[in-house]
Design a protein around this ligand. Structure first.
Ligand code: HBI
Ligand code: FE
Length: 287
C-alpha cells in the first residue's frame, strides 16, 4: 500500500458521509449497479448474502444513508458503518473491525468505471460487504479477523493473514445444496467476476484449507486464478478460532504458492484449465 494521508483529522480516519451532498447522477450510478447485480446474483449469491440485502432494504433507491443502515445493522449484530475517505492504514482498519465497526468509503465510481476501478468505492463497500454483516456468524468472523490482524502486525505476519481476508471475505465461494454460491464482496460487486467465478473453466475451485490459503499469492488486477470454497460460515469461524502463532511459524518454513498453483493435497472441486480469458481487456471491480 502506498503512503496514505489522513484527510479526516481524526485518529480513526473517520469522516462524515454527507448523504445530502450526493448528486442525482451519483444516485443513478448506484441504482444502475444495484439493479444489474441484484438480477445477476439472484441464483449466484449465497442465501445469507441475499437475506442481508433484503433485510437492509438498502439500496434499490440510491446510495444508502449510513445512519439508516446502522439502525438495522446495530439491531442485527451490533456492527456499525463508519465513513472513511478511502483506504486506511492496516492498523486503523483492524482497530475498526475489532470494535465491530466497518470502515466504508463514501464516494461512488464514475459512470465510465461501472465495470472496474482500482480502489474500493461505496458500492463495493456497502453492497459488497454490509449484507453479510447482518449475519451473526459472519459478523463475529470479521471481528476476529480484526483482532487477528492487530496480532499479525506485531508478528510480522500480515502478508499471510491478508490472503485469508482476500480468499474469504473478498473472493470466497460457499457450497450449498443447490451448488456453489458467491459470498465474497469483490465478486458480488463485479459483474464480470460474478459470472466468471462460477461458470468459467479456467480458475481452480478448491475446498477451504487455512494454511493453503495463507501460502497462496493473489492477483489484484485480474480475475482470480483460484477460489476457495467453504461449507458454511461456521467452518470459517471455527477454523480461524485458534491462535495463529504456530501457523505463522509453519508457514515461514513453506514456500509461497502461485495464484493458480495445484497441490496433490488440494481438495479439488474443479481443477482450472488455466486458460486465459479472451475477448476483453477489462479488469474486475476492485475489492
Ligand atoms: N481500508 N477502507 C479500507 N478498506 C479495506 O478493505 C482495507 C483498508 N485498509 C487495509 C486493508 N483493507 C487491507 O490491507 C487488510 O485487509 C489487510
Ligand atoms: Fe473489500
Amino acid at each position: 500500500m502506498g503512503a496514505l494521508v489522513n484527510k479526516s483529522g481524526r485518529p480513526d480516519w473517520s469522516i462524515e458521509q454527507r448523504w445530502d451532498a450526493y448528486t442525482r447522477a451519483e444516485h443513478v450510478t448506484w441504482k444502475t449497479l444495484f439493479a444489474r447485480q441484484a438480477a445477476l446474483l439472484k441464483n449466484r449469491a449465497a442465501p445469507e448474502f441475499l437475506a442481508g440485502v433484503a433485510r437492509l432494504g438498502v439500496a434499490a433507491d440510491g446510495i444508502p444513508d449510513f445512519r439508516r443502515l446502522n439502525d438495522v445493522l446495530g439491531k442485527a449484530t451490533g456492527f456499525r458503518i463508519v465513513a472513511v475517505p478511502g483506504l486506511v492504514p492496516d492498523d486503523v482498519f483492524f482497530e475498526h473491525l475489532a470494535h465491530r465497526r466497518f470502515p466504508s468509503t463514501c464516494f461512488i465510481r464514475k459512470p465510465e468505471q461501472l465495470d472496474y476501478l482500482e480502489e474500493p468505492d461505496v458500492f463495493h463497500d456497502i453492497f459488497g460487504h454490509v449484507p453479510l454483516l447482518v449475519n451473526p456468524v459472519f459478523a463475529d468472523y470479521m471481528v476476529a479477523y480484526g483482532q487477528g490482524g492487530l496480532k499479525a502486525l506485531k508478528q510480522g505476519a500480515l502478508e499471510k493473514l491478508s490472503r485469508l481476508y482476500w480468499y474469504t471475505v473478498e473472493f470466497g465461494l460457499i457450497a450449498t445444496r443447490s451448488g456453489l454460491r458467491i459470498y465474497g464482496s469483490g465478486i458480488v460487486s463485479s459483474k464480470g467476476e460474478s459470472e466468471y467465478c462460477l461458470d468459467h473453466a479456467a480458475p481452480n475451485r478448491l475446498g477451504f484449507d487455512l494454511l493453503r490459503i495463507m501460502r497462496t499469492r493473489y492477483r489484484i488486477d485480474a480475475f482470480q486464478e483460484t477460489y476457495f470454497v467453504i461449507d458454511g460460515f461456521e467452518q470459517l469461524f471455527e477454523a480461524t478460532r485458534p491462535d495463529f502463532t504456530p501457523y505463522y511459524a509453519t508457514l515461514a518454513t513453506l514456500p509461497d504458492l502461485a495464484a493458480g498453483a495445484g497441490l496433490p493435497t488440494d481438495r479439488v472441486l474443479h481443477r482450472g484449465t488455466g486458460a486465459k480469458r479472451r475477448g476483453t481487456t477489462r479488469k474486475p471491480a476492485a475489492s
